[in-house]
Design a protein around this ligand. Sequence first.
Ligand code: 1CP
Length: 322
Amino acid sequence: MRQAGRYLPEYRKAREGVPFLEMCRRVEKAVEVSLQPLRLVGVEAVILFSDIFVPVTGMGVDLDFAPGPVIATPIRSLEQVTALRVPDPRESVPYVMEILGALRRELASERVPLLGFAGAPFTLAAYLVEGRGSKDFATLKRMMYRAPDVLRALLARLTEMTIGYLNAQIDAGAQVVQLFDTWAGLLSPADYRTWVSPIHREIARRVTRSKAPLVLYVNDGAHVLDEMIASGADVLSLDWRVDIADAARRAGSRASLQGNLDPCALAAPPARIRELVAEIAAAAAPARGHVLNLGHGVLPETPVEGVRAFVDAAKALPVRSV
Ligand code: 1CP
């Protein structure tokens, strides 16, 4: 999950006076803040510092962050979709591969795995159509019913981009890749089967999973868990609304699990955080494998002590394979 960010005073310092996209482009800055959660709170894996919208800038979309993504001209027509490029990410966003290479060199002696990531096509399309974050993405949902061809064409381009981007990250040194479908949980099970599942399956089929396992995250996805299991992803990252014991039973030997403490629980005293971590680990024990994590990214208001208590409690658990 998102583990760098504003809850860390050192991140706020590094970010001072630097626009967010500039942070993602400046290799030394991005390497520095990627490593902050490892050095400052002791997490056991490093995730590339970037954003799901970084590769979208290479498609010819004008966007900025305030603090979430804001699209200058939201995509509403087929003409706009056909104008989107699907470039080679090594050429359009070469700095992402440089950051990964630099991180691998930095981590070579430490046995700390490096994660790359991408936004899933549905979630990227949600912002591109809506223009910015939203509670219900009503413009996107209207497009599903009024202009399904436009949405289908947009998702097809984004799927090509995403597959090329994840494979380029694996070539550049990512040892695990995570696909974030933050907004796919807004859909009914039937719409999810139509608009989302085929894309997840295609990505799982075409990403080089023999070199880097694929983690799939869907926020608010309890009602589509069986579809997630059928996606072919190696690890399913669960939000906190999912009963992880039930997920372990349903996934069986088909997928490992990741998650799923409510990020707000990091406000609890350390002793309570230790209890909650032990409860999740016990509930996930029957799973094929389990990566202890939050059920979403660390929130800006989170006390650093809470994050540290979570990490320490996780490290005190017996090691399991994934
Ligand atoms: O300094 C700041 O204010 C920027 C805050 C921030 C950060 C730290 C944004 C803006 N993006 C990021 C980095 C980021 N985003 C990472 C790097 C990982 C790390 O270093 O820990 C990752 C994996 C993401 C992924 C991301 N961005 C997602 C998917 C995962 C999720 O959290 O659901 C989404 C939906 C985004 C969009 C986005 N970017 C930034 C914000 C605030 C948002 C969310 C906007 C919204 O709520 O609609």
